[in-house]
Design a protein around this ligand. Structure first.
Ligand SMILES: [Zn+2]
Length: 520
């Protein structure tokens, strides 16, 4: 495309600023003579990064947006009548790093699914593995503090698969306080991972309660020196219901790291680690932000979490700290409530990597729904799923679609964005533009610190990566439930990753693997 034509199109974009509709009908300009490889036609383009909201066609070539304007011609045309055309959702927090996991998230509008909280180790191997198998969605990883710590405190491990790491989460040998030599080794391992392209440092602090605050501050200092974010699963809060006073409060510790080191501290699932203390935690976040610290937040719209049942914070002795009883825990994949502390102890000892759902709020109670909503509507909180891999049928072997019956996960793995949309936009709590900003624009801005390429994400401006979701605003909603956790969200008509359709006319293209690495 020559420069004058590009200028013309940018002019068209500018004309749409502030939400005014750009000219409708056939365009007499030279653009109408160009036939693009692919055009998304007739939708309402909502691009909050450009403050653009108007009917327009979007032309795509070589994985990029090449034109936005009226009456674009294409060799392939995807109909977007009555649909919103938006930058694809960027999920900063997805443990479902599999083709099947991507497929569930694709129906939820996600075009980029990143494992930033737990991270991967070594990241080079994780990127190589995803590239060799192929991914429907874009992928990326942070450096894993947990894996570095396990290796520094207990020796190198051959098996670093997510399943094996999950099983080791409950092993007390990596949860104790580190010596200063061990801390040095952890920092050294993380430095090497950042040099290898990691998108920051994922810190599962809440899983290793013996960790000293000093170690956490050193990790934050390292991130600050490399100008990349950390992504923290914080320690439990200390407050009402807490039985232990011999450790720091999780929220206070996280904001302290931001304040003292200058690091960008990203607060993972602030909903689940704050529970009914959400107002107190968010007020603290607001206060340190006003003081100039960089703390960002994400949330998922459910009252239950999911993790390995061996996690330190699920021991019968510690449950009260997170306001949970044994019977609030559902043992997967049998889908059975744990009866009591003794049974919990037995299951944890027998199979610590076994997944469990933890109901920390009651989604049938209006007061608890208000708590969930408070985390989601807080200023600049991003939507992030904490998607979990599938267990049971369909989880292993070659990916199969439709999924065989009997597979289970947390409904957030399939429905987070549809669920948040249904509650926030459907009930007019936030605008459509604001929802897209939280689901796509803000996550892209976080990634920019680690990788300049992310500047092309979270937008549909000319030159942007063509990661696009086209959805019916009246139909987009989640369908996954705790009983039917693999039900895909409804309403996504097309989903494009790097310019290639993954969902077309509502149908998943099971051969499509256009996902690209997002890396530093
Ligand atoms: Zn977590």
């Amino acid at each position: 495309m020559d420069l004058s034509r590009r200028a013309l199109l940018l002019g068209g974009l500018a004309a749409g600023l502030g939400g005014c509709a750009i000219a409708k009908g056939p365009s007499p300009g030279p653009e109408s003579a160009v036939e693009h490889p692919l055009v998304i036609r007739g939708g309402r383009v909502v691009d909050p990064a450009q403050r653009f909201d108007a009917p327009a066609d979007v032309a795509i070539q070589d994985g990029r947006v090449v034109a936005v304007g009226p009456s674009l011609r294409g060799q392939v045309v995807l109909d977007a009548t009555d649909c919103v055309v938006a930058p694809g959702f960027i999920d900063l927090h997805s443990h479902a790093q599999t083709v099947v996991g991507n497929w569930l998230q694709a129906h939820d509008g996600v075009t980029t699914a990143l494992e930033l909280e737990a991270g991967a180790g070594p990241v080079a191997a994780a990127y190589a593995q995803a590239a060799s198998v192929g991914r429907p969605l874009n992928y990326g990883y942070s450096a894993s503090w947990a894996i570095a710590r396990i290796e520094a405190l207990t020796g190198p491990r051959a098996d670093r698969s997510p399943r094996s790491v999950l099983a080791r989460m409950g092993d007390p040998s990596w949860q104790r306080e580190a010596t200063s030599a061990e801390e040095d080794r952890i920092i050294g391992l993380l430095e090497a991972e950042l040099a290898a392209g990691a998108l920051g440092i994922g810190v599962l602090l809440g899983y290793a309660p013996g960790t000293g605050t000093n170690e956490y501050l050193r990790v934050a200092r390292l991130a600050a020196s490399r100008r990349v974010p950390t992504y923290t699963h914080s320690r439990a809060l200390v407050g009402a219901g807490a039985t232990r006073r011999d450790r720091p409060d999780g929220a206070a510790e996280l904001v302290r790291a931001a304040r003292e080191t200058g690091a960008h501290m990203h607060y993972c699932h602030v909903n689940s680690t704050s529970g009914r203390s959400i107002d107190r935690v968010l007020a603290l976040v607001d206060r340190v932000r006003r003081e100039g610290a960089t703390v960002t937040t994400e949330a998922y719209p459910y009252g239950a979490g999911m993790t390995g049942i061996g996690a330190a914070f699920l021991s019968p002795e510690r449950l009260a700290e997170i306001g949970v009883r044994p019977s609030d825990i559902v043992h997967m994949p049998r889908n059975e409530r744990v009866r009591d502390a003794d049974e919990l102890r037995r299951i944890r000892a027998a199979d610590p990597g076994r997944l469990a759902i933890i109901h920390f709020l009651d989604e049938t109670k209006p007061a608890d729904v208000k708590v969930i909503r408070a985390s989601l509507i807080h200023a600049d909180t991003m939507v992030a799923s904490d998607a979990m891999p599938l267990s049971g049928p369909g989880a292993a072997g070659a990916p199969v679609w439709p999924l065989p019956p009997g597979g289970v996960t947390h409904p957030r793995s399939a429905g987070t964005f549809g669920h948040a949309y249904r509650h926030l936009v459907g009930e007019r709590v936030v605008s459509l533009t604001e929802f897209i900003r939280r689901a796509s624009v803000l996550p892209a801005r976080i990634l920019e610190a680690a990788t300049g390429g992310a500047a092309r994400k979270g937008s549909l401006a000319v030159g942007a990566d063509a990661d696009v979701v086209v959805f019916d605003p009246a139909a987009f909603r989640d369908r996954a439930t705790y009983e039917g956790s693999t039900q895909t969200s409804a309403g996504v008509r097309h989903l494009l990753v790097a310019g290639a359709p993954v969902i077309r006319d509502g149908a998943l293209l099971i051969e499509a693997r256009p996902g690209r690495p997002v890396r530093a």
